[in-house]
Design a protein around this ligand. Structure first.
Ligand code: FES
Length: 153
């Protein structure tokens, strides 16, 4: 299978890479662009560890081909902080201990950002429902929800 060149706009910067057309966005981010903040939990759309924003909407980056996302604005966990200043959702996760082992955290935070921005965080129950695709093996859900609640309020 041939390798082709593609350009992805990630965290405000155009990045050109060479990969097979079948490479997922997650693999392109992690392996071609060395943005390893997005995690590979299941690689099948079932854990949410790979969540990124594409044109402001969250997606599981393991379920979409990199090549399909050319021309779109991709935001990963690496793109949230402004220099040393954490994004409010990152700061809220720190404040509320929204992680234990931390593996799911980048995906939780990206999903939380979209949850608030799209208005799905009006109640804790609604937040939990909307973020139910983001699994946490440590069971930190109450703290994750508390972090999202703080940013939403
Ligand atoms: Fe994409 Fe699990 S790695 S949903």
């Amino acid at each position: 299978e041939g390798v082709s060149e593609m350009t992805l706009r990630v965290n405000g910067t155009a990045r050109t890479l060479r990969a097979e057309p079948r490479v997922t966005l997650l693999d392109a981010l992690r392996e071609n662009l060395n943005l390893t903040g997005s995690k590979k939990g299941c690689d099948h759309g079932q854990c949410g560890a790979c969540t990124v924003l594409v044109d402001g909407r969250r997606i599981n980056s393991c379920l979409t081909l990199a090549v399909m996302n050319q021309g779109k604005e991709i935001t990963t966990i690496e793109g949230l902080a402004k220099g040393e200043e954490l994004h409010p959702m990152q700061a809220a996760f720190v404040k509320h201990d929204g992680f234990q082992c931390g593996y799911c955290t980048p995906g939780q935070i990206m999903s939380g950002v979209a949850c608030v921005k799209e208005g799905h965080a009006t109640t804790d129950a609604q937040t939990r429902e909307w973020m139910s695709g983001n699994l946490c093996r440590c069971g930190a859900y109450p703290n994750i929800t508390a972090a999202v609640r703080e940013v939403a309020s």
